[in-house]
Design a protein around this ligand. Sequence first.
Ligand SMILES: [Zn+2]
Ligand SMILES: [Zn+2]
Length: 839
Amino acid sequence: MSETRTGSPPTPRRQASSEPAPAYDPAEIEPRWQARWEADGLYHADVPEGGDPRPKHYALTMLPYPSGDLHIGHWYAMTPSDARARYRRMQGANVLFPIGFDAFGLPAENAAIQRNVHPREWTWRNVERMRGQLRLMGAMFDWRREAVSCDPSFLRWTQWFFLQFHAAGLAYRKRAAVDWCPSCNTTLAREQVVGEDRRCERCDTPVTRKELEQWFFRTTRYAEELLDFSGIDWPERVRTLQTNWIGRSEGARIRFPTEGGPEIEVFTTRPDTVWGATFLVLAPEHPAVGALTSDDRREAVAEYVERTARQTDVQREAADREKTGVATGGRAVNPASGERVPVWIADYVLPTYGTGAIMAVPAHDERDFAFARRYGLVVRPVIRPEGEEPLEGETMTEAAPVRGEMVDSGELSGTPAEEAYERVCAWLEARGAGERAVNYRLRDWLISRQRYWGAPIPMIHCAECGVVPVPESELPVTLPDDVEWRPTGESPLKLDPTWKRVDCPACGGPAERDTDTMDTFMDSSWYHLRYLSPGYDDGPFDAAEYRYWMPVDTYTGGIEHATMHLIYTRFFHKACRDLGVVQGDEPMLQLRNQGIVLGADSEKMSKSRGNVVAPDELVAEYGADTVRAYLMFFGRWEQGGPWSPDGIEGAVRWLRRVWSMLLDAPAEGGPTASPESLRALRRKLHQTIRQVTDDFERFQFNTVVSALMELANEMAKAAGEGAVGSEEWSEAASAYLRLLAPVAPHLAEELWHLRGGEASVHLQRWPAFDEEAAAEDELTLVVQVNGKVRDRLTVPAGVSRDEAEEQALASEGGRKFTEGLTVRKVIYVPGRLVNIVAS
Ligand SMILES: [Zn+2]
Ligand SMILES: [Zn+2]
């Protein structure tokens, strides 16, 4: 569709004031415009053919789960994002603002289980319902680009990505202890385990551990690069959360030979204390435990290992908890001191951190000290605290600080604190006993889920050939419909009698499909690429669309995704870049997070509290524009806040006022406002244009709305003074509707047309800011004497230097504080201050 932009501001069609203005009726206006925009393809965003000078702008809002009704949180996330996308478009960009559904995964599946409806049916029913609810927003979604992750045309490419990762060695299979939700009957990613007491994110049940053969993605291969945020404008808070999540620490890996068992590798951030390592502690799950356990300790060790399996990581790591452990009876050799040291197991050592084994330095580590005292193990100080006598291990009552000179450390004794780290690392490396290393808290991404409602993992297990990928030509591997999809602890797909049976693609013999499905975060890692060409069959996306639209310019959504989705999607993009599938280092250049809308009681909205605000009911009562306006107005977007019934009434009054004011007909005989009044109107208009523009840039939606409210007051005042019908009034009315269009798109469109506009207000250019018009008539000058403020003067805005200096010297404060002194110098800072230097 062509982008017609009318040059001159529209004037009202109604000529005589005898004709009454129609009432503001959003229930009539909003559906009418939504249908018209859809029919006109007003929000279609296409790759331009030939010379389109407009810059592109890909505005992405996080896609919803189709788990039921759209709630106010969706509106709060999406409608201000929509307003900003509209603002960008009016500024002259070609804007893509797509929407879709994150349709696989636990939320939909759990809801289906509760209601005893097949997940597919439940999901598609919700998708249909939520499409309608999304349309109520009046957002500029380009529906032609909708993508639904459970659709076979999407699923096919999710599986295709898995195959690419597998071929590149980025997907691998490993037997591992995994977090298991006994209620959802599935493994969880670490990110899906929440709270101090480690509960399932979905159902709040405490998580346990279980050993299963799983698929992982090598996210850790990108740990270092994921710490680099230099190319992207993301909030500090998200960067910090991701940085902590990745958890980089520098230190050394040190190898301890053992007697009769494999070498034990430890990671330590304090290699300079290695001479003080008087025992090793292994996680009970460590693979060397069996080999190191002596016969007389076997029973005690087995019992302890079993007890540990029943505990959560947080219980195991809790600082205030008594540290327990058992000796394995095995011995290792400290590679620095040559001393034989006992090997213990203890549950406070986690198998997932570092190497799952630590060297214990009780003299200088509080936790190791407590453990050593409890079990009568040797405490050997190897650091002498600065300015103090050497410590005695037997008499110490707590671990000593680890800053000071190295002692009792063989040939390195006497090394000062500042050299210790480097010298010990070099010493270990020279002897092949260890080396400098970096450790990350980040783990590889666990992909497998023992659930039904997800993308089947496109792999085949053959007794002859092992694990064989499904040939790309056979994608998608779709879900069977008639299985017991209610959770039983086994993968539902495993229980299907026929689905899993397949001929091995390699040898043709009988084989079985992988019966796990993928974590739904796999789908949301690349949905923004599917939007580019949702019907495309020759690849996950059309390369021409990719070249034009990517990367995402602005991504908006909740902070709760900081460490899950927002790390996964960056990893996914970087991995795909290295596979040659995408270009560039980052998928999303700018990220902004909205806060949460709380109930009117400042509590989280919940059915049980009865404080839930349902957007559909609000739309029915007030109209979508009012709901949009109030959600933008009621607080800082990134902070959120409590819903206020009074506040929404204020938004209602504002829009009604705008409605009647802009339909005011000129008085008979023409406008009667004074030139001063008209100039004041124009000044306020251009000051508002400047502010609203700046505020949209900074995602400050609340001040966008308050500035528009203020301007409306100012215009009402001018109208009362007889401004209607003047050139200034027409300019203000036209600009007002364009400023209002992103916030209240239906109302602005209706008024635009009622005032004689031909093409849609949403095709108009954003009002231009006129600096001269915005300048104040008068300004305040500060008068200083010798740098101290002594007076303030109101002067005409165009005051000259001579006049300003003269008035300052003549001011009361200026005269009083220079009395008896000689004025040496007068300094004038234009428009701001006059400083009189006198002595
Ligand atoms: Zn659960
Ligand atoms: Zn085979």
